[in-house]
Design a protein around this ligand. Structure first.
Ligand code: PHB
Length: 550
């Protein structure tokens, strides 16, 4: 790789102490992110300019960390990689304090509302409460937009230094079509109104408009949310609409006053929320890497794995860390932690924050977050269902409760001929299925019409209540031939971060294949392991985004 490849707008010499494998690993993560979360290994080779053997070792290392999944010739980002962006968002604290207000405003106005932070000469979204209709593109958490094509941009530019303006002019000169911003369509029309003038206007008004700067139809109005302690802009709140519902003029007259009220409440929240308590430091984040090196040998790049754990040392109550604190949290030698921080500073992912401390920058969100921020529970579960089905040689399914029915949301079949062939979307009465019993066991009791579907179906409400009690105490449901003669199914719950059962996971077989005891003994641990894996992904993915259940 040429020495001047950096992820910056202009080439800066790589510091002698930078960790080269970490720079390359970050380049691979960014390439995968810009490609939408999936790229072939040869695509990665072309995109990064790295040798194929290097790409292979980096992706093997990222796979070991759970950040990518290798599927044939493709590398695919996995939800776990969101822990990097989560570290930034947790340290920033703004989402935890402000997301609910943004969501409430979106509900009130029935329009999209977003929160964005400044990222050099761009803006980067940290929250999206999306109500957007199919008419316009909508942005994801972590997407970067050129400041001059947005409403938040001129507001942030009111705080730009001369160096910031210089950087902006240089970028405009070298990238006139915005090709460095994969989230926006390339700029085809001549530049809109003078951005420098917009910034002056924004300073005067205290708000700013985007009148179709990104694409025809897309309009937005923005107001800064100021940090009560410093008076500087913490983030910018925007209401986004479409000209078919509101002209830009309309946004200003009807929605701006309501946005301002919401921003006032956000600033109150910031004032009243106590500064994050210092949270207990993680320790030894990087201690597992030695064992992986032992196991994988040459294919595992330990310096990359160790370096990436440095980002997860930051978090809630841990926004600004000293070198010593980073070394403690990761278990890395000070010299290694220091080189990782130098590398990240070079890459623009970490910035010094005074008093010999370091902080994560919004650019950390460019490491995998946007393509995964819209993951649904079925997306997230599918690879795990595939692993389970391959291990047990039986189909694996995920279902949710819809009224009194279960509905299949993800399924991996096996080649064995099954008596039931079930497509995603299929519904069955919940009371007669193992999936349903797991879901009903965590739902408020209601009266149900318990029709017999086979001679074995439980139709007595008291017997069903007892069965649900058993499910709650033993943690799984086994149902024999109550939906269909010959069919045996066992299911376990899938819980979200709060412990609520959001889905159920099952497999099914023919009753003649084994006894109930053998079946439970063999299959239940596999199901439980898979449920745990899905739940672990859901905890990471669901920390700052809403994960749809279907
Ligand atoms: C958005 O939230 O998608 C958004 C915000 C401001 C803009 C454009 C889009 O100017």
């Amino acid at each position: 790789m040429p020495a001047d490849i950096t992820l910056d707008d202009h080439a800066v010499a790589v510091p002698a102490e930078a960790i080269a494998p970490l720079i390359r690993g970050v380049a691979v993560l960014r390439q995968l992110t810009d490609a939408g979360g999936m790229l072939s290994l040869s695509g990665l080779e072309r995109g990064t300019g790295l040798a194929r053997s290097t790409v292979d070792r980096i992706t093997a290392t990222l796979a070991r960390m759970g950040y990518v999944r290798l599927d044939g010739r493709d590398a695919i980002l996995t939800p776990r990689v969101m822990e990097l962006g989560n570290a930034y968002l947790a340290a920033l604290r703004l989402p935890a304090v402000l997301d609910a207000r943004a969501d409430a405003l979106a509900d009130e106005l029935d329009e999209s509302v977003s929160l964005a932070v400044a990222d050099r000469d761009g803006i980067r979204f940290i929250h999206q409460a999306t109500r957007r209709r199919a008419m316009s593109l909508s942005f994801r958490i972590g997407d970067l937009l050129p400041a001059e094509r947005t409403a938040p941009g001129p507001l942030f530019a009111t705080e730009w230094t001369d160096a910031d303006w210089r950087r902006w002019r240089e970028r405009r000169a070298t990238d006139p079509e915005d090709r460095g911003f994969p989230a926006v369509p390339v700029r085809s029309s001549p530049p809109g109104p003078d951005f420098e003038r917009s910034a002056v206007q924004a300073r005067e008004d205290g708000w700013a408009l985007d009148d179709q700067l990104i694409e025809p139809g897309l309009v937005a109005v923005s107001v800064p949310v100021r940090d009560p302690r410093t008076g500087t802009i913490a983030c910018v709140a925007s209401v986004v609409s479409h000209t078919s519902r509101h002209t830009a003029e309309d946004l200003r007259n009807t929605l701006l006053p309501r946005l301002r009220v919401a921003v006032g409440a956000m600033e109150d929240d910031l004032r009243e929320t106590p500064q994050g308590e210092s949270v207990a430091a993680p320790s030894g984040l990087a201690t597992w890497t030695g064992a992986s090196k032992q196991e994988l040998g040459r294919e595992f790049i330990e310096s990359l794995a160790r370096g990436l754990t440095v980002l997860t040392a930051f978090g809630e109550g841990r926004a600004e860390l000293t070198l010593t604190e980073v070394a403690q949290a990761t278990g890395l030698a000070r010299a290694t932690a220091r080189r990782a921080l130098i590398t990240y500073e070079h890459l623009g992912l970490v910035a010094p924050s005074g008093d010999r401390r370091f902080t994560l920058t919004p650019r950390v969100l460019s490491l995998g977050f946007p393509p995964l921020s819209r993951t649904t529970l079925p997306d997230l579960a599918l690879p795990h269902l595939g692993t389970l089905a391959a291990r047990i040689h039986e189909p694996a399914s995920l279902a949710i409760l819809v009224g009194d029915d279960i509905q299949y949301t993800a399924r991996v079949a096996t080649s064995r001929v099954m008596s039931v062939n079930i497509a995603v979307g299929t519904r069955f009465p919940a009371y007669a299925t193992a999936l349903g019993r797991v879901l009903l066991a965590d739902a408020p009791p209601t009266d149900r019409d318990l029709r017999p579907l086979t001679p074995h179906t439980l139709t007595d409400p008291t017997a069903l209540a007892t069965a649900l009690e058993t499910v709650r105490s033993q943690g799984y449901a086994l149902v024999d031939e109550e939906l269909e003669v010959g069919l045996r199914s066992v299911a376990v719950p899938v819980r979200d971060r709060t412990g609520r059962v959001v889905a159920a996971l099952n497999t099914a077989t023919h009753v003649s294949r084994s006894t109930v005891e053998e079946y439970v003994h063999d299959i239940l641990p596999e199901l439980t392991t898979t449920a745990n894996d899905i739940e672990a992904d859901l905890r990471v993915a669901g920390r700052f985004t809403r994960v749809p259940l279907s």
